[in-house]
Write a protein that binds this ligand. Sequence first.
Ligand code: GYE
Length: 325
Amino acid sequence: MKRDYLMITASLSLAAVAYMFGTAAADELPKLKEKKNYKVGFSQTESNNPWRLAETQSVKDEAAKRGDQLVYTDAAGSAAKQVADVNSMIAQGVDVILLAPREEKPLVPAVMAAKKAGILVILLDRRVDPVAKPGVDYLTFIGSDFVDEGKRAADWLAKKTNGKATIIELQGTTGSSPANDRHTGFVEGIKDHPDMKIVASQTGDFARDKGRQVAETLLQAHPDATAIYAHNDEMALGAIAALEAAGKKPGSDVIVISIDGEKDGLQAIADGKLACSVECNPRLGKKAFEVIDKYAKGEKIPTWVKSDDRLFDDSNAKENVATAY
Ligand code: GYE
């Protein structure tokens, strides 16, 4: 009894201290005052591909347009550095943190630390592990439906091949939400096609050269492969290079499909080397700042601000090259 009482008073006084210092209660999102200008942190995970660069540019452009101060960091592909980057933003007292989390699990503590410090977090382009909840621990996730992207890629391939394919899968960054979900969605999409099989699956870390190296090894082990499913265009372009080096014709000997819709990807479709790319829009900056404004005004924000993505193949890739990133 006495112990319970002590514990209750201890947690009550913790809540009181949290209140005094302006930090949020455990079940409540940090508040955001309506202001003319905000100090916004943007924690980018890496800058090694056109998708990332387009995303960063869209955030920088929107901040500049509004006259908001942007604190920008690049974790250079390290989850540990990204946690440190977020902690430094907390120390600098930013109003909001836009976080593009590299991996699902290691970034949860960063989300929780910001919440504890009373700083609002918005997840941009990737998710964290569901132990951190939108609408409770962070405001919302702004980005695409990765499970659906994987499913759409599988559906397209099933149609193209009449449900017959021996598939090599090049996965994205291990432990990242798009890699996990694009795999899940694709597996779901081929499950009713007994003649579609993934014979090898390995990470190419969303990077072109890694994708090329991994594709080279996997093609040697599986010379009978008829399709390559890459979790992004960069790895698909690497795989196309590997196929050509092995004397195979991408597009006819092996069908390559992917996700993103970057300029080089669309050009590869126009050239007949890449078969299709499910769009994943990186230009999320405008939406992010709109969400900040709405939340400060007291509007209700959905737990997922979903992108509306197209699919590119030889029917529409060429006309979209010019406006792609
Ligand atoms: O597809 C890839 C990038 O997180 C949705 O990350 C994003 C993915 C995108 O590196 O090209």
